[in-house]
Design a protein around this ligand. Structure first.
Ligand code: GAL
Length: 648
């Protein structure tokens, strides 16, 4: 049953408001409330001076009103006294500057002393509230990586990295060989000679940087795991969750989520569009809605991380405060985003936040209520959603027929050495995802070590570090598979493979990349009729059995195939990506249902949810079958319209 929640900060408001807040939440159809993720200074104003009376009372009031609680560990905001006790817990940026106290996330994941403090406060909280009947779930920390805080170039990271390298390579010689340190006389004779890969004269060795990315990602995993194991012990049976963010790539979310029960994320569609949108025209068109695929992508990605279990922990309720511009969503958008999340398998959508704070950093961020406690538009829409979901038949986010493979280490490898200023690995993957969505597909996003059984088509847009075993599992799946450019182009040590790219794929599809080129903005390698490559193009040498599917105007291969395997030798524009996918989906026996401008669909049997992200009404008749029943909305979707149909 889809559930609504809200983020609430009892410590921000007088106690005499709490009971009324709780009653109004329940009245609005909200049943979960997340609290305390930033409350360390109120829980422990000075070392060992614990103050729990307020939290006891808040939990009691909320719980007795009928709400269930998601309690958080407060480790994203270490208090000042703690920072003063160990100032070297602060992170250091790539320029070597310490990032100071005075906002949040001021810690280094590598600092052993801070990790111990996190264990201590987590244990205290878990022992006190772990078996509390009102507390049904725990959130660890808050948004790992937010404000670029995954990576730190501090002393703790330097010594941690050296130890990690010593374990990985055993001898400096082995490391020298793996990294290719003979180049530019970078050889070392002792692990203690290795520095972090910042502040070098020109770029540091990509192998050095890639290992530092791995080390850094593992620190986030360890940090989270430490809290999870305490919570598992003292809070039995409760869901443990963390709230990830959009387009955060500097740690492996599959690895962190492996220790969680549920993966959740914080969805701010309009803020994200401002930061990551395609171009100005796109941003203007979607300025009050967000990118039509961005939310869906992250729902699918984090559902994959959570092995099927997904929540939206924070849902944008109105204008936010943190993007360069913060437009008002179209009326209806909060409702649309909520239904869309449920359609992608979210069990919970929780709004950020109950009431706008009149003070401090986020005073310009809307809530469901205004600072004077009058209800804002977001609250009306949340209430509307709560009425609508109550009437929907149960639906499941069952396995899709298409998998899209997403591999964090491969993204690190390319971001370290893009070889083209605009080769943004995430944008490239997201481009393929968007093309699938415009063709009306529902998609699972999976890691490189996924079980691929049962998929009819698998899209592997970006896997430079493809292992032999991933290649074999893919080949055995029997699915139609599309590989993007740069597949198999790097070893685990960030070197070019002996047999040249696409490395292990050559055993199944006999092609060899002879040369690669990156293309200036606007430059295209055009095919005869099928679209073009932009940003990146590879010159292929074809073995006998590989056949050219699309060639450029000089008859060079752009897309090649053998049997069920297709290789795309560049970054396809929208038209080319759609053409490749149409062909492949057809071979996989699947139906393509072009959604048309601005509309998107998601099938969650027996339902189909149709949404309109554009600023104009759109007719969706082509997406509704003869025997289908409209449960919510209509054929003509207004701006921010949602139509939910039951399929015949
Ligand atoms: C999230 C964060 C919240 C709040 C929100 C504002 O990134 O988890 O604490 O800052 O953004 O949009």
């Amino acid at each position: 049953m889809p559930t609504l929640g809200v983020c609430y900060y009892p410590e921000h408001w007088p106690r005499d408001m709490w009971a009324d807040d709780a009653a109004r939440m329940v009245e609005a159809g909200i049943s979960l409330v997340r609290i305390a993720e930033f409350a360390w200074s109120r829980l422990e104003p000075a070392r060992d001076e614990l103050q729990f009376d307020w939290l006891d009372e808040a939990i009691d009031i909320l719980g007795k009103a009928g709400l269930k609680i998601i309690l958080c560990t407060p480790t994203a905001t270490p208090p000042k006294w703690l920072v003063d006790e160990m100032p070297d817990m602060l992170a250091v940026n790539a320029q070597g500057q310490t990032r100071h106290f005075g906002s949040r996330r001021h810690y280094s994941f590598s600092h052993a002393g801070y990790r111990d403090e996190c264990r201590r406060i987590t244990t205290i909280l878990a022992k006190r509230y772990g078996r509390n009947d009102h507390v049904v779930a725990w959130q660890t920390d808050n948004e790992y990586g937010c404000h670029d805080t995954t990576v730190s170039y501090c002393d703790a990271a330097r010594s941690g990295f050296r130890d990690w390298l010593a374990r990985r390579y055993q001898s400096p010689d082995a490391l020298n060989r793996a990294w290719g340190n003979v180049f530019w006389s970078m050889e070392v004779t002792d692990f203690a000679q290795i520095d972090l890969p910042n502040l070098t004269v020109t770029e540091a060795n990509p192998a050095h940087r890639l290992d530092f990315a791995r080390y850094t990602s593992e620190r986030v995993v360890d940090f989270n795991k430490a809290q999870v194991s305490i919570l598992r012990k003292h809070a039995p049976g409760r869901d443990i969750v963390h709230n990830f963010m959009g387009r955060t790539l500097d740690f492996d979310h599959f690895d962190v989520a492996a220790d969680l029960d549920v993966a959740s994320w914080d969805s701010y569609p309009i803020g994200f569009l401002e930061q990551f949108g395609r171009d100005e025209a796109w941003k203007n068109w979607y300025m009050r809605a967000g990118d039509p695929d961005f939310q869906a992508f992250h729902h699918d990605l984090y559902r994959g991380c959570g092995r099927g279990r997904l929540w939206v922990m924070e849902q944008q309720p109105g204008p936010v405060n943190w993007a360069p511009w913060n437009p008002d969503p179209h009326p209806g958008m909060v409702q649309l985003w909520s239904h869309e999340a449920f359609a992608h398998g979210a069990e919970v959508v929780s709004y950020f936040r109950w009431r706008q704070a009149p003070f401090a950093q986020e005073q310009m961020h809307t809530g469901l209520n205004r600072p004077d406690n009058s209800p804002d538009r977001g609250l009306d829409e949340a209430m509307q959603v709560s009425r609508e979901i109550a009437d929907l038949p149960p639906a499941a986010a069952q396995k899709a027929r298409i998998a899209l493979l997403f591999d964090y280490p491969s993204i690190w490898a390319t971001d370290i050495q893009p070889q083209g200023a605009d080769f943004d690995a995430f944008a490239h993957i997201f481009g393929w995802y968007g093309a699938l969505r415009r063709l009306g597909q529902s998609i699972d996003i999976v890691p490189a070590d996924a079980n691929f059984d049962g998929y009819s088509a698998i899209i592997v847009p970006h896997l430079p570090m493809m292992s032999e075993s991933t290649m074999e599992t893919l080949a055995e799946s029997g699915a139609q598979i599309v590989f993007g450019p740069r597949t198999g182009s790097r070893t685990t040590n960030h070197a070019i493979p002996d047999n040249l790219p696409p490395g292990p794929l050559q055993h199944h599809l006999p092609i060899r990349v002879q040369r690669v080129e990156s293309l200036r903005p606007g430059a295209l390698v055009e095919s005869h009729h099928d679209g073009a490559m932009q940003r990146w193009f590879e010159h292929l040498d074809l073995g006998n059995e590989a056949k050219t599917v699309v060639s450029d105007r000089d008859d060079r291969p752009m897309v090649v195939a053998k049997g069920n395997l297709t290789y795309c030798a560049g970054w396809p524009n929208d038209q080319l990506a759609e053409n490749i996918l149409r062909r492949v989906l057809k071979s996989a026996g699947m139906t393509v249902e072009p959604t048309g401008d601005d509309l998107r669909i998601r099938d969650h049997i027996p339902l189909r949810t149709i949404v309109n992200y554009g600023p104009r009404p759109r007719d969706a008749s082509h997406l509704i079958g003869k025997g289908d029943t409209i449960l919510i909305g209509s054929r003509e979707l207004p701006v921010a319209g949602v139509t939910i149909i039951k399929r015949a």
